[in-house]
Design a protein around this ligand. Structure first.
Ligand code: CA
Length: 252
């Protein structure tokens, strides 16, 4: 039944004896891999485990949603899955109070720009196109992990307020005229970045680095999609201005 576990054993047999006996440093980070391609799951489990991650595996959509209830630190989500597909899973995760803040990296064979845009508009935090190198994916996981941890530790208790918009860093909540906004993690970081320096024009690259993560290989217009959904959520208090040929700023 649980092929993920059997697999770990199989792969360990192939490892040289030195690395089997070497003490493994666990990093305490739990990664949920929702993926039906066995060879890819095998490679991910092996590499994540070796890097100290605790790995959970779900081979279909239903199992993925169930395991997401255990609140992993990061979810790697395939789009083409048997049962519930990745797009529906993402929507479900983002609409559920318990799971909506979990960082999600969408892993998909679909390389079309539109698919990337759809993934981000549904609240994915990063997007990796198959085929990819496991090493690159591990870097992206680390980058995502770092930026989901940093704000809370660095600026605990901080409140960023401008006009009628408020970002509460400690509680990781955002408000417009005291009404709470339902933001994706990326939208939250975008708003935080813009709100910290009202009037300052930010390039798309800068916004991508702070909201999606340095080194993320995404299209520049991905940021436009996040901004678009953020503006919609800000409603009448949308004070984000487009800076032609550069990017965006929050009105002073
Ligand atoms: Ca698949």
């Amino acid at each position: 039944m649980n092929t993920g576990v059997n697999f770990v054993k199989d792969v360990k047999k192939q490892k040289p004896s030195t690395s089997v006996t070497a003490p493994k440093v666990r990093n305490g980070i739990k990664v949920l891999v929702i993926e039906d391609e066995k060879a890819l799951v095998d490679a991910l489990v092996y590499n994540l485990d070796r890097d100290g991650y605790e790995v959970m595996v779900a081979h279909d959509g239903q199992d993925g949603l169930r395991k997401a209830q255990e609140i992993p630190d990061i979810i790697l989500l395939d789009i083409m899955l048997p049962g519930i597909n990745g797009v529906e899973i993402l929507r479900e995760l983002r609409s559920n109070e318990k799971t909506k803040a979990i960082p999600v990296i969408v892993v998909s064979a679909k390389s079309e720009e539109t698919d990337q845009v759809v993934g981000f508009s549904l609240g994915a935090d990063d997007y990796v196109t198959k085929p990819f190198s496991v090493k690159v994916l591990l870097q992206r996981i680390k980058a995502l992990q770092r930026r989901s941890e940093l704000p809370v530790e660095e600026v605990a208790g901080e409140l960023i307020v401008h006009k009628q918009v408020k970002v509460d860093m400690a509680r990781h909540r955002a408000f417009v005229q005291e009404e709470e906004l339902d933001l994706t993690p990326t939208e939250f970081r975008l708003l935080e970045c813009l709100l910290r320096s009202p009037g300052r024009a930010f390039s798309r690259q800068h916004l991508m680095d702070s909201a999606i993560g340095e080194g993320a290989i995404v299209l520049e217009r991905t940021i436009d999609v996040h901004i678009k959904t953020l503006r919609k959520k800000l409603g009448s208090m949308d004070m984000i201005e487009t800076v032609r040929g550069l990017g965006y700023r929050f009105k002073e």
